[in-house]
Design a protein around this ligand. Sequence first.
Ligand code: C5P
Length: 231
Amino acid sequence: MNYTVMIPAAGSGQRMGAGVNKLFLKLGEKPIFIHTLQAFERDPLCSGIILAVKKEEEEEIQGYLEQFNILKVRSMVEGGSERQYSVDACLEAHTEGGVVLVHDAARPFIKRSVIHDLAKEAKQHGAAIVGVKAKDTMKLAPTGTVEKTMNRDHLWIVQTPQAFRYEVLKEASERAKKDDFLGTDESMLVERIGHPVRIVEGTYDNVKMTTQEDLAIGEILLKRVLQEDEE
Ligand code: C5P
């Protein structure tokens, strides 16, 4: 079952403190976002990639796409000031319906089996997201004093990709726009229109490259992936 993936890559990555878009930083021999794009380029079920970029970075990104032979990018759109607006711009460029995935360019270690489980679940139920179970004890403490210990079995740490039947995400995005609602992920937009969102269990190594520590972990994960590919 085929899907289209929308990849927001128009952030600045200030928490990385690199002075450039963190997605250009290298993991092994390739920029972070190229690892992410290759996961989809190599997946036979991925029928196309829509990429949101900053206008001033478009040329550099185009150069990398050519260098690494990424052929599935069918539209490059201008991202917005918030991640949600970058995803909106991707949605504007998509007219074909079907199952759409949204995946952060900053998560290069997404596994194909997880993508496939997710796309299947979204096709069946309309909306599905990837998450992992919380490993640590979780407390609710909005003012800095513990109010309550949460039941860990009910808590999920949510990642991307998040997958939707096109019409579900489109309606959620339009309603958010109308209400001036800004969420931290696509699922929030879909939850608020009352559509159920399924969770698919992912892997702990699907980390978002946010700080220098993540980059160090990323180098270790990459060595493991390369070793597995050789075996
Ligand atoms: O900053 P953060 O890592 O949370 O961003 C997640 C993803 O969203 C990144 O791939 C980033 O490039 C993208 N993004 C975007 N437009 C923004 C902010 C972030 O496309 N305005």
